[in-house]
Design a protein around this ligand. Structure first.
Ligand code: SF4
Length: 298
């Protein structure tokens, strides 16, 4: 299947979030050079209307919009922003050709901003040289996304994404360079990857490869993305279709409290067993580090 790239000049690149998401990634801003994703994971929340707008859901992994001026726009907008964490870049296949995420990293490094990268592609390790520079001066964190490490399941839900093994190898390389890294274990798929065996398999591999934390969350469903996911469930897990309809009854975005509590208890118990944190420690930026050094020297 061929992927078509449509380039355009964006008018803005830096998105300011209302609040820092302290429970998850600690990000205040985000900046991404590509719209849509050639990996085309079936559960991807970007398939929902509020992200795709006029783009048909079927085109999500076939037509990639490329913000060709993303690095220049970031260099223009970032100096006006208060220093805080940016969720940056995207290392999907387009990045091999356009190198926009790498050039955005250079901007962030030059302006000394902390970053958090949430990624599925091992291509990111190509740019470890810049990540190391950022990490030395301020704060850099990399979360690799997983729904499971079970290949038979990833073949169904994320058939074009890099193999879990490759992602784990990237975690190892990043961890060995002294950069904080872990898993964004999302979405955990109800009744498919949420059982003890699948969770434990993922946590064990994460620990073995140098992950420090695992952020756990279940599948969200919304609009046309819900229809997309349900068609995959009906095709591959017909026996689960009615369970999903119950869990996400009345167009619920997430399953109810009971499911959450049980999943949370299970993941926390297993994370403890493997010595993995369920959260990312609060980032400490350059300015805070300097004042701490001053205190330490007294
Ligand atoms: S790699 Fe991430 S952004 Fe791309 S389709 Fe998969 S879940 Fe969506």
């Amino acid at each position: 299947m061929t992927v078509r790239y449509e380039t355009y000049r964006c008018k803005s690149i830096l998105i300011r979030h209302k609040e820092v998401d302290e429970d998850w990634y600690w990000v205040k801003y985000s900046a991404h050079p590509y719209v849509c994703c050639a990996f085309g994971c079936h559960f991807c929340y970007f398939r929902a209307e509020r992200y795709l707008r006029d783009i048909p859901c079927e085109d999500f992994d076939k037509v990639i919009r490329v913000k060709i001026n993303a690095p220049q726009m970031l260099r223009k907008q970032l100096p006006r922003a208060e220093k805080n964490v940016i969720a940056l870049g995207d290392w999907q296949p387009a990045e091999k050709e356009f190198l926009l995420s790498r050039r955005m990293l250079e901007v962030v490094r030059d302006l000394n901003f902390p970053i958090h990268i949430i990624e599925r592609s091992p291509l990111l390790v190509r740019d470890l040289d810049i990540l190391e520079e950022i990490n030395k001066e301020t704060w850099c964190c990399v979360s690799y996304s997983f729904s499971t490490v079970d290949k038979s399941i990833t073949k169904i839900f994320e058939p074009k994404a890099p193999a879990p093994k490759k992602r784990m190898e990237a975690i190892r390389e990043i961890s060995e360079r002294g950069i904080l890294t872990g898993l964004s274990f999302m979405p955990i798929l109800p009744h498919i990857t949420d059982d003890e065996t699948h969770l434990e398999e993922t946590f064990a591999m994460a620990k073995e490869h140098g992950a420090h934390y695992v952020l756990c969350a279940t599948l969200t469903m919304e609009g046309q993305q819900r229809d997309w996911v349900m068609s995959v469930i009906r095709e591959h897990y017909p026996e689960l279709a009615s369970k999903y309809e119950q869990l996400y009854a009345n167009d619920a975005y997430v399953p109810g409290q009971k499911y959450h509590k049980e999943l949370d208890a299970r993941t926390r118990r297993l994370l403890k067993k493997y010595g993995l944190s369920p959260k990312i420690p609060k980032p400490v930026f350059e300015d805070q580090r300097k004042s701490q050094r001053r205190i330490d020297s007294y």
